[in-house]
Design a protein around this ligand. Structure first.
Ligand code: ATP
Length: 240
């Protein structure tokens, strides 16, 4: 894992965008990134195509962003949101007005037109979550049919799925509750996964709708997660 990435997170923590718990979550991610060879595996590419198909056929797609995602892939997230015409909504586990505003201002500096979920705007709640993470914006995740959740915690991923939303997760840990609860889990680093998703979306734009719908509905997330684990084992076997 590059030193520059760690420095970026440290700087974002000093700026108030990332919280200390975010650094711990990053450490968990780094460990998994090592055991998949720090590159995009075939299972992740398959999930990316299914995710692009879901986004291309969605009525109200929304990109959910937290502190780590903004710090690690802010520019890439803004590019994706513009490419797929989906709003960005800030959603924080450790929610404070100041942090929300800092993240929104940062994303706007990177080119995002509007950032949802700030302050009073997050007036809806997802059932079944006790933390501040339950709050959603009625103009964003509140009405979304497809939600992209990079670096999510299991409770919220499960609650969004229970609410009938199609969930696309980006999580380096194929064993996490988030990965298992999502409709499509991309087991890859957000730094690589988000630009890959934008590319896939742009390449698949001209595909006929029925083909996209088939691609999305035929994707078997549990089977693809098993494939990701097999690919990790294969990589580790090379070292062993
Ligand atoms: P669960 O989903 O079971 O609740 P958790 O408690 O680990 O898992 P979080 O605390 O929100 O959930 O952790 C965030 C997840 O993000 C972890 O699974 C971690 O592996 C993953 N992660 C951390 N950094 C990255 C990254 N740069 N790219 C992709 N995934 C990452």
């Amino acid at each position: 894992m590059s030193l520059a990435t760690r420095e970026r997170l440290e700087k974002a923590m000093r700026a108030g965008i990332v919280v200390p718990q975010g650094l711990i979550a990053h450490g968990r991610g780094e460990a998994f990134d090592y055991i998949l060879g720090e590159e995009t595996l075939p299972a992740a590419s398959a999930a990316t195509s299914a995710a692009a198909a879901l986004l291309l056929t969605a009525k109200h797609p929304v990109v959910s962003v937290n502190g780590n995602t903004a710090a690690l892939a802010g520019r890439e997230i803004v590019n994706l949101s513009l490419a797929i015409s989906a709003p960005i909504e800030v959603n924080l586990f450790h929610r404070t007005r100041r942090r929300e505003r800092l993240i929104a201002a940062y994303l706007k500096r990177l080119g995002s037109e509007e950032v949802l979920g700030i302050g009073e705007a997050a007036s809806n709640a997802i059932r079944g979550i006790a933390s501040q993470r339950r709050r959603t914006d009625p103009r964003g995740i509140g009405q979304a049919d497809v939600v992209l959740i990079p670096l999510e915690d299991g409770d919220r991923a499960e609650a969004l799925s229970r609410d009938g939303k199609k969930v696309i997760a980006i999580d380096l840990n194929p064993l996490s509750r988030t990965s298992r609860a999502a409709s499509v889990s991309i087991v890859d680093n957000v730094i690589r996964a988000i630009p890959a998703l934008t590319d896939a979306y742009n390449k698949m734009k001209k595909m006929p709708r029925d083909r996209l719908e088939r691609l999305a509905s035929e994707f078997d997330n549990q089977r693809n997660l098993a494939k990701a684990i097999q690919e990790m084992i294969q990589y580790l076997r090379g070292w062993a």
